[in-house]
Design a binder for this molecule. Structure first.
Ligand code: SF4
Length: 271
């Protein structure tokens, strides 16, 4: 049976010139492709047409980056699933859209079991702030017991402490910490005072346990030299960086001039 391909529904695209930056919002991986090639590949996928052999190498990379999925013997192989435990959060980031794009309330055990049964290669627990879920620790323990693949926590890191780091590291294979800044000043502007320090402390604690750690930023926070400086910070901490695209909803747009230093003119230039 020929493989069938599907676009990851978490993918966001930014067209710039003749190219499209495709970001897998769940894993934070991204690729820059000539728009004509990406449009052709999407056309093949959407119309269930066998993909031209000349795109073989690109398809392999898109699969590896989780930009697309493929069926295997008729079953869909899920590269990753993001499970939002709660929309509640203890921060008030100026670019936050969690309350607007997510369902209200907290996740149920029925949904958790359904996701475990889908058996994705990567399962990401997110929020709001996932650690705010009243049963966070029992859920993490339960998933770890029943789920064998990579389990990742996506967190603002403010609730990670010396006391709970042992349990956290026994349940999760990797942790992604949202920073949105290359230094205290940047992160404080977007996420509030004290958050940068929490994030750095949490990274040091996680590294003591040899955990795989990434730090993330929304792509709209990027100005020309931001990327290099963010990479330098990550390198000095011994972690990797990932990108996410900002969800452009009305409430977020109200704060746009504060999110992107230089305001809308800068982001229009990037796009
Ligand atoms: S940590 Fe995440 S969910 Fe919480 S306010 Fe910030 S962006 Fe929103």
């Amino acid at each position: 049976m020929d493989a069938k391909y599907f676009k990851n529904s978490y993918c966001r695209e930014i067209v710039h010139g003749n190219y499209t930056l495709i970001i897998a919002h769940d894993s934070g991986t991204y690729i820059n492709l000539r728009s004509s090639i990406w449009n052709n590949i999407q056309y093949y996928m959407e119309n269930n047409i066998k993909i031209d052999k000349k795109y073989e190498d690109i398809i392999r990379v898109l699969l590896e980056y989780g930009i697309i999925y493929q069926t295997c013997k008729g079953n869909l192989v899920y590269k990753s699933i993001m499970l939002q435990l709660t929309s509640a959060c203890n921060l008030h980031c100026i670019h936050c859209c969690a309350q607007m794009i997510s369902s209200k309330g907290i996740v149920t055990m029925e949904i958790i079991n359904k996701v475990i049964n889908l058996n994705p290669q990567l399962l990401i627990l997110t929020g709001g702030e996932p650690m705010m879920h009243p049963q966070f620790w029992s859920i993490a323990k339960y998933i770890r017991k029943h789920f064998r693949n990579e389990l990742r926590l996506m967190t603002n890191a403010t609730l990670i402490t010396e006391k709970n780091i042992g349990d956290l590291c026994s349940y999760f294979d990797s942790v992604d910490i949202s920073m949105d800044g290359k230094n205290n000043e940047d992160t404080s502007r977007i996420r509030g005072g004290g958050v940068y320090e929490h994030a750095i402390n949490a990274i040091h604690l996680l590294k003591k346990y040899d955990k795989k750690v990434t730090v993330s930023a929304v792509v709209e926070c990027f100005t020309e030299d931001f990327a290099n400086q963010f990479d330098e910070l990550a390198f000095s901490l011994g972690v990797d960086t990932i990108l996410r695209e900002l969800d452009i909803v009305d409430e977020v747009m109200k704060n746009f001039d504060d999110i992107v230093v230089g305001g809308k003119n800068i982001i229009l230039r990037i796009k």
